[in-house]
Design a protein around this ligand. Structure first.
Ligand SMILES: NC(=O)c1ccc[n+]([C@@H]2O[C@H](COP(=O)([O-])OP(=O)(O)OC[C@H]3O[C@@H](n4cnc5c(N)ncnc54)[C@H](OP(=O)(O)O)[C@@H]3O)[C@@H](O)[C@H]2O)c1
Length: 342
């Protein structure tokens, strides 16, 4: 075990963290810190974790306007820069929320995130969901907006043209998608002037999405994996009786015992070795997760064992974005390979 692994006050050298090369040639750190406090961690606590994580060696942060903490995180970034880290050393992502898809809103919303985060540019700006459907933060999964609309490609492209303009303006270095499906991505790849550099998607050992994963990789899009640990801290409203717990899977537990690490860290090691970029949220364990990606890798046999425990168990179902009475969440995910008709 390295000295840094024993002493948590010694930072991990960011140069030792693996990187992924994107379709633009740019390098993205292969692990980032998620910043969605799942309603139970305050903005101040998340901002403190961002500072702590940067001190521990993290150079990648996954933010979003809807997380309601970009102002506090912006103050944290300012302190990180005052401490000597250069802007070019950080990879900072933010996301366009669903109520800002209108052509006039996209650039203004990005500017607001830049102002809140106290930055001149973002490394990556994502369209958070392909649906322009607003719902109040913290609302119940059964809540439906009367204005909710289905995916309409023509409208998504209007939003995407503005995303492309943000790149032209120099406000954003890369643009990408989140919560997309293969049929939606096919249309975007056909019509985009600037192709998505990444697709952010739910990925953990119990939801490996092999088909979508393969599709994005084959099309030069980097998969970024959210809920990499299975989101044990997600709110009650995001849980259903069928949900499984990846960190309690006997295969994960056995591998964790073998390596003397927490099962959560096994999930992170697996994610990085498989080729996705995990963005684990953590206010207490971020150091251990980073350590996990620079220490002894999982063996090929362990990687095969984890590949075998996929349960196709999606946690973030997105029910609040449904647009019709009586619909089930599967309608959001184009399960039969075609975009669900309006
Ligand atoms: N694009 C999207 O639509 C979308 C959707 C969901 C999430 N996201 C992004 O993905 C990020 C991660 O997802 P998530 O927060 O839902 O789930 P997650 O990262 O799978 O799980 C986070 C939870 O795991 C715990 N944890 C982390 N490392 C641990 C360790 N080594 N040992 C034990 N417990 C550990 C954390 O507790 P402690 O805080 O106590 O360490 C926290 O409760 C979000 O923060 C957000 O940035 C994006």
């Amino acid at each position: 075990m390295s000295k840094a692994a024993e002493d948590f006050s010694i930072p991990i050298d960011p140069a030792t963290i693996p990187q992924r090369r994107l379709n633009t040639g740019a390098l993205m750190p292969a692990i980032g810190l998620g910043t969605f406090g799942s309603d139970h961690v305050s903005a101040a606590e998340v901002a403190a974790a961002v500072k702590g994580a940067a001190a521990a060696g993290y150079r990648h942060f996954d933010c979003a306007s809807v997380y309601g903490n970009e102002r506090e995180i912006g103050a944290a970034f300012e302190d990180i820069f005052k401490g000597g880290v250069r802007r070019a050393e950080l990879w900072i992502t933010s996301k366009l929320w669903n109520d800002k898809h209108e052509e006039d809103d996209v650039i203004a919303s990005c500017r607001q995130s830049l102002a809140d985060l106290r930055l001149k540019y973002l490394d990556l700006y994502l369209v958070h969901w392909p649906f322009p459907n607003f719902h109040p933060p913290g609302c119940d999964v059964s809540s439906r907006s009367p204005d909710a609309r289905p995916y309409i490609h023509e409208n998504y492209m209007k939003t995407w043209r503005k995303m492309e303009e943000l790149v032209d303006m120099g406000l954003v270095r890369h643009i990408g998608t989140s919560n997309m499906t293969i049929p939606k991505l096919k249309l975007l790849l056909r019509d985009a002037r600037i192709k998505p550099a990444v697709n952010e998607m739910e990925l953990h050992p119990h939801f490996q999405q092999p088909e979508l994963f393969r599709f994005v990789v084959e099309n030069g899009i980097q998969p970024v994996g959210y809920c990499p640990i299975g989101s044990p801290g997600r709110p009650e409203r995001d849980r259903t009786p069928e949900d499984t717990v990846p960190t309690e899977d006997p295969v994960i537990v056995r591998i964790a015992q073998r390596h003397g690490i927490h099962p959560a860290v096994v999930c992170i090691k697996w994610a990085v070795q498989r080729g996705q970029v995990p963005i684990p949220f953590s206010v207490h364990h971020y150091r251990a997760n980073l350590e996990g990606v620079v220490s002894e890798p999982l063996t090929d046999e362990e990687m095969r064992e984890i590949a075998g425990i996929d349960r196709n168990c999606r946690f973030i179902k997105g029910q609040v974005f449904l647009w019709k009475e009586g619909q089930s969440w599967e309608a959001l995910w184009d399960m039969n390979g075609e975009i669900t008709p309006p």
